[in-house]
Write a protein that binds this ligand. Sequence first.
Ligand code: OAD
Length: 234
Amino acid sequence: MGYSNIVILTGAGISAESGLGTFRDKDGLWTKYDLEDVATPEGYARNPDFVHEFYNARRANLRDAEPNAAHHALAALEDQIDGRVVVVTQNIDNLHELAGTRTLIHMHGELFKTRCENCQAVYAWTEDLSRGTPCRSCRLPGGLRPHVVWFGEMPLQMGEIHAALDDCDLFLSIGTSGNVYPAAGFVEEVRRKGQAHTVELNLDPSEGANLFAEHIHGPASEVVPAYVRRLLDD
Ligand code: OAD
């Protein structure tokens, strides 16, 4: 195989076995919450306390979570392969970095960061947030929100992502249902260039499964380490 430029898109499925819920599966977050209420700027403007409560609960879950074998396998791939590996994650958890992945793009932001809407400062934040929490930078209360991308907002680092997709010879999509754009469109972007092999690794076939050249179905903690071993052995 001999791939030297690998882009890996990950979604909630890679963190499911670390105890973090997915969005659209049975019992997923979007079966319990209306995403319009907790993941849009309009929902936040309507009821900031409710939105803070939602993300406070998710921060509490994340404080107890650990990377699983799939996160560790991707970090080992980056360490051991003779080439470049870029992980683009839609996840706002920090499990890739805890596993040791270094080249990582958090296109939907980071749960353990906050952003001040008054002064635009962005910094680490692992505790609860509320409307009364003062910003560490400008000292004003009321401006701190989760540093996450909501529906209707622009995903982060898109220029870097397109550049990585342009150059890649292998594109992997792991644990994502392929429902949310622009991430869901990356496989087509790669296929248009025609130079990369495309593989979906997911529990079940995703919405866009037919767009991939190869499919591997099963739990991420099993199929990802096995696939990484294949890549490193070749
Ligand atoms: P989804 O919940 O839409 O999809 C999760 C995918 O992971 C599904 O296809 C599952 O079959 C699969 N899956 C579940 N458990 C798995 C396991 N153990 N191993 C492998 N795969 C498994 O989550 P995302 O595709 O990540 O955005 O959702 C994309 C975006 O929608 C999120 O980033 C979030 C959400 O709304 C925002 O909030 C902006």
